[in-house]
Design a protein around this ligand. Sequence first.
Ligand code: PR8
Length: 467
Amino acid sequence: MVENFDEWFHDILENANITDSRYPIKGMAIWMPYGFQIRKHSMNIIKKLLDKDHEEVLFPMLVPESELAKEGIHVKGFEDEVYWVTKGGQRELNEQLALRPTSETAIYPMYSLWIRTHMDLPIKYYQIVNTFRYETKHTRPLIRVREITTFKEAHTAHSTKEESDEQIQDFIAIYKEFFDELGIPYLISKRPEWDKFPGADYTMAFDVIMPNGKTLQIGTIHNLGQTFAKTFDITFEDKDGEHKLVYQTCAGVSDRVIASVIGIHGDETGLRLPPKVSPNQVTIIPILFKKGKEEVLAKCAEIKAQLEETGLRVNIDDRDIRPGKKFHDWELKGTPLKLELGPRDLENNITVAMRRDEGKKIEIALDSSLSDNVIDLLNKTQENLSESAWNFQKSHVKFTERLDEIKDLVETGNVVKFHWCGDEAIGRDIEEKTGYDILGIQEEISEGECISGKGNAKYIALMAKTY
Ligand code: PR8
């Protein structure tokens, strides 16, 4: 799987009923029912985390060209990726309208109307929408799409720079919790100047190492400073009576979150879904013979009801096919826990439980302790998936002091850490010599020499093969 990860990923999306990429527009796919459920449960987690301190809104999908064009640096970053609506029916529109590639230029003109005094601040809104980017790099389902269907974007405005920096830390904490719940490991780094979000003062990013060693950016957090506030005239009257510009931040995740859940936890047999996002947390598989069929099915329904009472998502696969085929199907679809029940189990008042992550079978009693035992097995699955994912990541981050070693390490599937002085020209030179991009800076340091051999190091930098 490691060698053929891209192929594995492509096949699993179709075989497990996640997405169908045969839609006749490149980079746009259909969310199939099983995939849609995973997406829904994942989004519910981030919503719950944001709802503590942010409010959900919904903005129009179209942005007038005049607004999109206002922020020079921002528009420059997106100009090659914008889809345009130019006609309404047969008529040319007076002003062409952009399908939002992201919503800064839709939201901030409204912030300018809504924010009047310091009492209106902070504003912390988010929305989960689809955005459109005419990607010119090779498109891949969920990973690089032209219609991003699961774009969670948060946009905040504050009265001071300190507050906006704190907001960045809050977003980092929220994303950590989010990815922890999905059992997804991450590397957090500050993007180099030349790779930050168009219009941002600085960008913090979450990356995960996929099984083939390539990193995937799964979340970004941008401090926008006052750039957009100046462009869109977002000002407030402060306590001292002075009119000031707000400080802004924004943060986003996309379909890539689901790509990482699938890619990180999957194995040769198929998906291994973390219980928190699995459409079914428990799948009951009745083993049916002509004799005793009704009793077994009735017991399965009883178990289902008992487990559902505790809030678990449970299904029964009562299809009239061989049990082996049912097992195979649910292994492929990654249900965390299967409960098998045949006539003999019914007699003994037990069920055979099998965790998807480790594949061992254990017998558990069909009594009042059932729900607790099932929840315990699900918790262990969640922990184990997360732990193995973190172990994989830890074993694929390597430190080196030698420039000539970087390329080999990256090529063999590692993220490489090294000392760097932070100088842009030297950074670019390192990129050229190694053939790979600096992903970000992780730490400020006071000791050590830059890997280029030219002066003192200031940072620990990361280099990787990226998606
Ligand atoms: C912003 N504005 O837009 P960002 N397919 C899948 N995922 C993608 C794609 C794509 N083609 N392009 C980007 N992403 C800010 C923050 C509002 C919210 C993912 O930031 O351009 C990126 O990996 O960094 C990132 O995690 C997220 O969308 C936000 O995109």
